[in-house]
Design a protein. Structure first.
Ligand code: MG
Length: 294
């Protein structure tokens, strides 16, 4: 069940991505929804079952891809995006001696947040001005979208609180991360949160997730790992983050990046004008963006 937010016929809509186009969800479920957030809040398992059957049967009215502009699954997340730093051991080791972080493998999840307002998506440009930063880096990450509010969630019940999964690129200004000590600003520049375009419902990806995760720059494979390599897995993250902190419907959690970021290369290989960044996660999809220095 591959959901997308898209713009067509003069309005933002939610649909199921098919090979030949997008089937608007409002055709297949009894409840009208105007956004992905409404979809997450209102849709029931029965409606998803019925939609799945209808999609399998085919013959649904489909908006052709050439008439569709895909958006991020949740273009304007209601709150800052939650992020984990150093959640793959190989990445923690590669950045151990940089100015940004001098500690090793974390014993507790490291959290920060970033602004995505809006989150951009596949085909959009990552833009940066050299007046703001000259060290732009890429980080492919699995993003978890929360499906229902909860606090003090136990690891074994974490999956109940998930709606689905998407691909994200935690674009990072390394010079700002180093200068400001705290990561928020360097992670939050405009266009620095490409996400999507597909949001895969959790019923298609049961836990534990063991998905290949990769990032290519101009076709060259730079990051290549598997989500099973996370130090803190998804139930551990949801359980820990929700201790005393209510997770809300539509919250997004970026689960960290594996090794191979530009800053980890010697010498560093950061992003340049015209570079194409392709983030890929098995069974979810690809997120490609061009880098534009402006
Ligand atoms: Mg990151």
């Amino acid at each position: 069940m591959r959901l997308v937010t898209f713009y067509a016929q003069g309005k933002e809509q939610v649909g199921f991505l098919m090979e030949n186009g997008v089937v608007p969800v409002n055709q297949l479920i009894g409840t009208k929804v105007a956004s992905m957030l409404e979809m997450i809040e209102k849709v029931t398992d029965c409606q998803l079952d019925a939609a799945e059957k209808a999609l399998k049967a085919g013959g649904n009215e489909t908006v052709p891809m050439q008439e569709v502009k895909l958006l991020a699954p949740i273009p304007y997340p209601p709150r800052n995006v939650f992020c984990l730093g150093k959640n793959y051991a190989d990445h923690a080791r590669e950045i151990k001696m940089t100015k940004i972080s001098d500690t090793g493998i974390p014993e507790c999840p490291i959290y920060f947040t970033k602004i995505a307002s809006p989150a951009i998506t596949d085909g959009d440009d990552i833009r940066f001005s050299p007046q703001a930063t000259t060290q732009v880096d890429y980080e492919v990450e699995l993003a978890v979208v929360i499906g229902q509010a909860g606090i003090n969630i136990r690891p074994e019940e974490a999956e109940e609180y998930i709606f689905g999964y998407t691909v994200a690129n935690d674009v990072s200004a390394r010079d700002l991360q180093g200068a400001h000590k705290q990561w928020f600003k360097g992670k939050s520049l405009d266009t620095f949160c490409p996400m999507g375009p597909v949001l895969v419902h959790k019923r298609a990806l049961p836990l534990p997730l063991e998905l290949n995760i990769q990032c290519r720059i101009n076709g060259e494979l730079r990051q290549d790992s598997n989500t099973r390599e996370m130090i803190f897995d998804i139930p551990a993250i949801i359980s820990d983050l929700s201790k005393g902190l209510t997770l809300k419907t539509g919250d997004i959690i970026l689960t960290g990046t594996p090794s191979g970021v530009g800053m980890g290369c010697d010498p560093p290989r950061l992003l340049n004008d015209g570079d194409i960044v392709e983030c890929y996660i098995e069974n979810i999809g690809k997120l490609a963006n061009r880098v534009v220095r402006q």
